[in-house]
Write a protein that binds this ligand. Structure first.
Ligand code: AMP
Ligand code: ZN
Length: 671
């Protein structure tokens, strides 16, 4: 083939792609198509044909790449550049006003405005763009690590694969299925004798997690963008500015409205509570955010959620049904939780057959009896609960429920401590709670002990080979190999996996202990502030609360944990086993301890997440904007306005080479 035909084709392909992108934008982002579906299909067919003829001209961001293709074995893991936090909840105007009070107090007199957005009931996703192309899409996962769903996200027609911006950006948004698309999908499934999805959210979740992107492509997923996490070349002052910037780039941005004060916010919330049905997608509330981005920095976050935002949750939907029975289930902390077994009902799109009754007091307060007709609702749209008893429906056959005085699992004594609502099993070797706490201990983010799963733990407990997780370290192969499905090889593997876990980082050990309210994020923070478990054990609640991200609930739970005799015994056995209960020497040598770094411009030798890791490993922090508290600004090529700000504030500016020296010299001399 001659060079000119190929050149011609290249030109044609380019023109077609541009045209298709424009129509995709009009159709899927603006909801305002200017050509018919048939005409659109024709353009697409032309492009597909040309690309088939010249396959080396196919690019990843071509509109033809949306249809899906190869089937994956599994999703790759993606570490998030910054933790994806949850949001605190408000359930009424009072909660919103309380939130506003806290903001006011923390900003000590500074002026602020709010932006209110829809809280879409879908799945959050993060997206990275580089050199003008959509490069990576990932799920939230556990907040720290998500899954790479780039292939499935490419099928979302409202998400541009190409943008007019060369810089590196990271965005967040919510993937969802429109109500109309959900209905169509379920109708199709009914016709094909397939199970229907309970609600749009479940359907979207199922589609996002399809290993075959061709299936995802048929599901018509949508996305709305609500945040810009980082931009390698530009700074923004406000959230509203970010929205108009993203809109200009061709993104479908989330609905938003600014509000001068909390009363205006409340009005907007009330409006949407009435009007939510008018939308073609489900919202479960609104999200209220501080508009000014530097004020957000100032407010910061707790280990769980930002202090500059809150979710206003709509009151849940309600239905009546009958309580057939009340069962007791046992949690990891030994709490006896009464659960109502319900005559199944449809509620907010899913079938509900159990509802939590929380505790004894709740049952008494609401006078709930077995056989009662009750009003149930989904609280925060997750766990169903009983709102009230419809007493007029009683016929006298209802039975009053009594909390058992023995643990339903182990028969051990139960107690209800003074002033507490919760009844707990006191038997420290109660299998129900043991099993849960051991499962947590061996889980992936904790000690990551492969091969020790629920079935094995049950056997170990039943055969009295262990009583708690510390005992795992004293198991011998001879104990294991006669157990069900164990044998020589797998028992050897278990012993090795247990042994290998002795090397886990200190913060993971802290998390593994299963201290109530101490999640992985809080564990990290504790490890950054205490060198050893002994130091932590000596800390008072006040000392703990003095740490920025640790609140009173976590502090009290930590102090309580160390008070319990059984837990102290457990720790001493972990120590004896050789678990890392302090930081490694090298972990302590944090030569950048307490120093704050800001990066601007593009770096040649590192990605943004690499520099962040390097700084954090050495005890420093990488923050996104320059303030008087910044210690170093590292400037790459084409630095943004952060450079000027740093100069103005007299902050030390490093070139990339100087930064490299700092990291490499220090880490080698200190070894
Ligand atoms: P929650 O999981 O209830 O703590 O709420 C946090 C989640 O709300 C996030 O992970 C997002 O998936 C979701 N979300 C929906 N709409 C928004 C929005 N406009 N802004 C922030 N988060 C949102
Ligand atoms: Zn028990």
């Amino acid at each position: 083939m001659t060079k000119t035909t190929k050149e011609k084709a290249e030109k044609k392909i380019k023109a077609l792609r541009e045209k298709i992108r424009e129509h995709e934008y009009k159709y899927f982002v603006l909801d305002d198509p200017s050509i018919s579906d048939a005409e659109f299909d024709q353009l697409m067919q032309k492009l597909i044909k040309l690309e088939e003829e010249f396959p080396d001209l196919i690019t990843e961001d071509s509109p033809t790449q949306r249809v899906g293709g190869e089937v994956l074995d599994e999703f790759e893991k993606v570490e998030h550049s910054s933790t994806m936090l949850s949001l605190d909840n408000a359930f009424d105007a009072g909660d919103l006003r309380d939130f506003d009070q806290r903001v006011q107090k923390n900003l000590s007199g500074e002026d602020y405005q709010y932006v209110v957005e829809h809280k879409i009931d879908g799945l959050s996703a993060v997206m990275r763009y580089r050199n003008g192309s959509f490069e990576l899409g990932a799920t939230r996962g556990n907040g720290e690590v998500g899954e790479d769903i780039t292939k499935n996200m490419k099928t979302i027609r409202s998400l541009p694969l190409k943008i007019d911006e060369e810089a590196e950006l990271e965005l967040r948004g919510e993937i969802y299925l429109a109500k109309s698309d959900f209905q169509r999908l379920n109708e199709e499934r009914l016709e094909n004798d397939q199970d229907t999805f309970a609600n749009p959210r479940n359907a979207a979740a199922g589609s996002v997690r399809q290993l075959d992107s061709k299936i995802a492509a048929q599901r018509s997923l949508s996305i709305l963008i609500y945040d810009l996490i980082s931009h390698s070349a530009r700074e923004f002052e406000t959230h509203l500015e970010v929205f108009s910037y993203l809109k200009e780039l061709g993104f479908k941005v989330n609905w938003h409205q600014s509000a001068a004060d909390i009363e205006a916010v409340i009005e907007i919330c009330e409006h949407w509570q009435e009007d939510r049905e008018s939308l073609d997608f489900e919202i479960d509330g609104l999200v209220i955010k501080i508009n000014n981005l530097s004020l957000r920095e100032k407010l910061g976050s707790t280990a769980r959620s930002p202090r500059w935002a809150i979710a206003y949750k709509f009151p849940a939907q309600q239905k009546t049904t009958v309580i057939k029975d009340i069962e007791i289930s046992l949690g990891r902390t030994g709490a006896l939780t009464p659960t109502a077994i319900l005559e199944p009902v449809e509620l907010a799109g899913s079938t509900v057959s159990r509802a939590t009754l929380h505790n004894e007091d709740e049952i008494k307060r609401k006078d709930i009896r077995i056989g009662d007709t009750v009003l149930v609702q989904k609280a925060g749209d997750i766990i169903p609960e009983v709102v009230k008893v419809i007493k007029e429906e009683r016929d006298g056959s209802e039975k009053v429920f009594e909390m058992p005085d023995q643990c339903p699992v182990c028969g051990g004594e139960v107690i209800r401590p003074e002033g507490e609502a919760v009844t707990r099993c006191t038997n420290i070797s109660c299998p129900a709670q043991r099993k849960e706490s051991i499962l947590h201990f061996v889980s992936r983010d904790a000690m990551n002990i492969d091969g020790v799963g629920p079935a094995l733990i049950e056997q170990l407990l039943e055969n009295n080979l262990i009583e708690d997780y510390a005992d795992l370290y004293f198991l011998k192969q001879s104990h294991l190999k006669d157990l069900d499905r164990m044998g020589e090889k797998s028992s050897q593997n278990v012993i090795e996996a247990v042994e290998a876990s002795k090397d886990r980082d200190f913060f993971r050990v802290l998390y593994a202990l299963g201290i109530r309210h101490v999640g992985i994020g809080a564990a990290r923070i504790l490890a950054a502030n205490f060198n050893s478990i002994d130091e932590l054990q000596e800390a008072s609640a006040e000392e703990l609360e003095a740490i920025d991200e640790i609140g009173p609930v976590i502090a009290e739970s930590i102090v309580g944990f160390f008070k319990e005799r059984h837990n102290r015994d457990l720790l001493s056995r972990l120590k004896q086993a050789g678990i890392r209960l302090q930081k490694e020497e090298e972990e302590k040598e944090k030569f950048l301890e307490g120093l704050k770094f800001v990066f601007t411009g593009s770096l040649n030798n590192y990605s943004r997440s690499e520099v962040k890791d390097l700084v954090e490993k050495a005890g420093g922090r990488s923050v996104s904007s320059v303030s008087s508290k910044t210690d170093y600004l590292v400037a790459g090529d084409n630095p943004g306005s952060k450079y000027d700000q740093a100069q103005e504030l007299g902050i030390e500016i490093l070139t990339e080479a100087e930064f490299k020296n700092l990291i490499e010299e220090k880490s080698s001399t200190e070894k």
